[in-house]
Write a protein that binds this ligand. Structure first.
Ligand SMILES: Nc1ncnc2c1ncn2[C@@H]1O[C@H](COP(=O)(O)OP(=O)(O)OP(=O)(O)O)[C@@H](O)[C@H]1O
Length: 250
């Protein structure tokens, strides 16, 4: 039986009067790729961001329900502790204006790692895991902003992996990239899923079908369907899912 990484129970999210997520209950499998899809404004990013409490700073935001990470309640956990276990990569690559090495070692240093040899090892491991090492190993001191967009995004993945999280949240990680850079990230996601749980929001349904083990389909804040990708694509249970798959919604 597959392990559960996130157990989500009756999660409701509000922005002021706006009810953005409605009674979401589900279990997300560990070390699998789960793709979150659905039409614009259906709550995909809200769902993803709630998993590592990125919405906490929005004044109108509130939630009810429970999200347990490996059995521990996250909605009351210290967000720094939570984010060490649940890393996130955003749509637009956002490296710090610092060297490649400083980007990767930022998180470990925040968490108290000082030993230079250890930081070197972390840099190499993280960049290798993000399939970037061979391209940058001779220029680790170079400013990260000089890298290409695709390389910057893989650096952001390396930065997220540097603290050895359990989960990687990816919010449309390839939508700002060209097809070749996109292909590299998709291959990387497949490799990383052997060690990490990956939850990815994507507008690109073909991408979701290529890379995911599980598909979550949201519609106006409701989790309409959540199942193995193969099951949903061959035999969806809800007519709204089949309509979406047939491209009726944007
Ligand atoms: N900070 C906010 N304040 C108020 N309402 C918000 C806020 N963020 C999102 N919403 C609303 O919550 C709903 C869900 O938004 P969310 O961004 O999660 O959807 P999405 O499925 O990720 O959309 P998209 O595919 O367009 O990125 C939308 O109606 C949106 O307008």
């Amino acid at each position: 039986m597959e392990d559960t990484i996130f157990a989500i129970d009756k999660l409701n999210v509000f922005y002021g009067e706006k009810h953005a997520l409605k009674d979401v209950t589900c279990k997300i499998s560990r070390r699998k790729v789960t793709a979150v899809v659905g039409p614009s404004g259906c709550g995909k990013s809200t769902f993803l961001r709630t998993l590592n409490r990125m919405n906490d700073l929005i004044a109108s935001y509130r939630h009810t329900g429970s999200i347990k990470l490996l059995g521990k309640e996250t909605l009351t956990m210290d967000p720094v502790t939570l984010r060490k276990q649940v890393g996130m990569v955003f749509q637009k690559p956002n490296p710090f204006p610092k060297s490649i090495q400083d980007n990767v070692t930022y998180g470990p240093r925040v968490h108290g790692v000082k030993n230079r040899q250890r930081l070197k090892e972390i840099t190499e491991r993280s960049l290798k895991q993000a399939a970037l090492w061979d391209e940058v190993k001779d220029e680790l001191k170079k400013n990260a902003l000089n890298l290409s967009g695709g390389q910057q995004q893989r650096l952001c993945i390396a930065r997220a992996l540097s603290v050895e999280p359990e989960v990687l949240l990816l919010d449309e990680p390839t939508s700002a990239l060209d097809p070749i850079a996109t292909q590299k990230i998709e291959k990387l996601i497949e490799e990383l899923s052997e060690r990490y749980t990956i939850i990815i929001v994507t507008h690109n349904l073909q991408q979701a079908l290529r890379i995911s083990d599980y598909l979550m389909f949201f519609y106006v804040g409701e989790l309409v369907e959540f199942d193995a990708t193969e099951k949903i694509t061959t035999n969806p249970s809800d007519p709204r899912t089949s309509d979406y798959l047939r491209g009726i919604f944007s």
